[in-house]
Design a protein around this ligand. Structure first.
Ligand SMILES: [Zn+2]
Length: 315
């Protein structure tokens, strides 16, 4: 039996079940929350978020990876409360986002690495809840000097602990390949890495380049139709399954119960399918209709998440 750290204690990987590999409970700026107590009404938020995740559970979701990095307002107390009250198993992340902040320049590799190792080895924010995955991100600016440092410490934390890496990329800038280059130089086995947001692309050439190097790709923004509609996201997966890559894809929405980047009404109007039910309700049936065999759907939703977490050493 293999276990991984869940927010409510160890999770037997055999019990992960249908797993959404890239979601967020809460994204809200820490400085705003610290300065203005009502910036997030936590009790109200936890009520609403728990109800939303209970809904996802009723539609088959057993586990969810919360890929919120430290500097997007990751709050382990809120994540734990939502896990407790929803019955969805949640795995929390450590790591830093792609946005560059002055303090990041100040600290060298080892100093920043120590924080990631503390999250993984001891627990997050003074709790005993350990991070089960390492998040890092490279966006439109590509691998800058500072971004390289963040990718390198993520790689080193992975190599020290065996905890898998899952990333944010910009498909327009092909940053998935650039991330793989950095990880490879750091000696990372690329099959332990999920290159995220690949589902935003219909460029099969780009996606196959990533896949041929062994990584899993995150088809993980279902419902964000303003970037790419569901139909095209599904067609890409159908084609990649035909080409033999079902064992290297995972599905998710990159949705949040609350994100302070957009007013809720705007989200509801612009991207009505951007919620935790879209894959269960719409995407899986569409994949079936596209001819993806049941066994491959299971691979993408159950077996691949399990394998990504399972293949790690003791830590
Ligand atoms: Zn995300």
């Amino acid at each position: 039996m293999a276990t991984i750290p869940g927010v409510l204690g160890p999770i037997d990987t055999a019990e992960l079940g249908f797993t959404l590999m890239h979601e967020h409970v809460l994204i809200a700026n820490w400085a705003m929350r610290q300065s203005f107590a009502d910036y997030v009404d936590v009790p109200r938020f936890v009520d609403a978020a728990a109800a939303e995740l209970r809904g996802a559970r009723e539609h088959g979701v057993r586990s969810m990876v919360d890929l919120t990095p430290i500097n997007l307002g990751r709050d382990i107390h809120v994540i734990r409360a939502v896990a407790e009250r929803s019955g969805v198993q949640i795995v929390a992340a450590t790591g830093f986002y792609w946005t560059e902040e002055p303090w990041m320049e100040a600290w060298d590799h080892d100093t920043l690495l120590r924080y990631l190792l503390r999250d993984i080895g001891e627990g997050i924010q003074g709790t005993a809840i350990r991070a089960g995955i390492i998040k890092c991100a490279t966006d439109r600016h590509g691998v800058t000097d500072l971004n390289r440092k963040i990718l390198e410490i993520s790689a080193r934390a992975h190599r020290r602990t065996g905890v898998p890496i899952s990333t944010h990329t910009s498909v327009a800038h092909h940053t998935g390949l650039a991330q793989q280059d950095v990880f490879e130089r750091e000696g990372v086995d690329l099959s332990r890495v999920v290159i995220g947001h690949c589902g935003d692309s219909v460029d099969l050439d780009y996606l196959e380049k990533i896949l041929r190097r062994g990584s899993t790709i995150g088809m993980d923004r279902f419902g964000v139709d303003v970037i790419l509609p569901t139909k095209q996201r599904v067609d890409t997966i159908v084609e990649l399954c035909k080409r033999g890559y079902a064992g290297q894809m995972v599905l998710s929405h990159d949705a949040s119960c609350h994100i302070d980047w957009f007013p809720r009404e705007v989200i509801r109007k612009a991207v009505p399918n951007w919620n935790f039910l879209h894959i269960s309700d719409d995407v899986v049936p569409a994949l079936r209709e596209g001819g993806v065999p049941e066994a491959q759907i299971r691979q993408m939703t159950v077996d691949n998440p399990r394998r990504i977490f399972e293949r790690q050493g003791a830590y």
